[in-house]
Design a protein around this ligand. Structure first.
Ligand SMILES: [Zn+2]
Length: 290
């Protein structure tokens, strides 16, 4: 029995090992095939069990290794829209980089996020400042109360795609259109009559098709002109210093209220808002651009 038993046990063990290996491969393959996550592989930014971690830096110089890579604990984005170092080589295809007036606009991307969006809203309220929130569809769907709070605060909304796909602009017009419409539907599920007249492409990775589709859907492409790279978590002091020193009439300032640890951005606002409100008129981007 032992002479026959041992090979059987050994064979059974090998079968278990092979099955385990195959299951593991299938799992990894499945993960690699999940759509809208190309940046995570490209940049080495890890996702986590609690939610996606968006990478707005399509060229791969993202925040891998930075504290943001593991800080995300909710469906937020990371890497963010920073600096215009995008896969198009920086072409904007006509996306706005200015308010077009002397007024300055603060924009908050990638939310809403229950940890930071309420703090940002409270800070804006304290300084009587209206801003613009470029929200991600799946986050809007997850936090309709925060979409309502944004609108209630007198701020304006901007579509920032469903899942923060920085490669969305390379997809077909039909795919782009469906993504943007799905995002608007999630926003309007929270606030049925919410005006959504701005679109910001994740990563600033503009393409002609994504600009065209956004315009066809009644949204004006919105880029930015001041970027403190807050997604890199440089600290409140640096974030504030960059914004304060670079702000000028007409500036569109890029900040993030989601996508990782954004406490630095929230804290920076306490320095940014007194300075900017003393020097400029701040506005929520108009919901009826003409
Ligand atoms: Zn973003």
């Amino acid at each position: 029995m032992t002479r026959r038993g041992n090979p059987t046990v050994r064979a059974a063990g090998i079968v278990v090992l092979v099955v385990t290996a195959l299951l593991g491969s299938a799992y990894l393959l499945g993960r690699s095939l999940v759509p809208d996550q190309p940046q995570r592989q490209a940049t080495g930014v890890n996702t986590n069990a609690e939610g996606p971690y968006y990478a707005d830096q399509p060229t791969g110089d993202g925040p891998s290794g930075s504290p943001t890579a593991s800080a995300s604990a909710s469906p937020t984005e990371a890497g963010q829209d920073g600096t215009g170092r995008d896969s198009t080589g920086g072409q904007l295809f006509g996306a706005h980089t200015s308010t077009g007036t002397p007024r300055l606009a603060l924009t908050f991307d990638d939310g809403p996020d229950p940890r930071y969006t309420p703090q940002v809203l409270a800070m804006l309220r304290e300084f009587d400042v209206k801003a613009t929130f470029c929200v991600v569809g799946e986050n809007a769907q997850a936090h309709p109360d925060l979409i309502q709070a944004i609108v209630d605060g007198g701020h304006s909304l901007c579509n920032h795609s469903w899942h923060h796909d920085v490669t969305l602009g390379n997809r077909s017009a039909d795919v782009i259109r469906a993504d943007l419409l799905r995002t608007n539907e999630a926003i309007r599920a929270a606030v049925p009559d919410a005006p959504i007249v701005w679109y910001r492409q994740p990563g600033g990775a503009w393409t002609y098709p994504v600009v065209s589709v956004a315009q066809q859907l009644g949204m004006t492409p919105l880029h930015w002109s001041v970027d403190p790279s807050d997604w890199e978590v440089p600290g409140a002091t640096k974030i504030a210093a960059t914004v304060v020193s670079q702000a000028e009439p007409g500036s569109v300032v890029l900040l993030h209220d989601a996508g990782g640890n954004r406490q630095g951005t929230v804290d920076a606002l306490r320095r940014i808002l007194p300075d900017l409100t003393a020097r400029f008129e701040l506005e929520a981007l108009p919901t009826d651009p003409t």
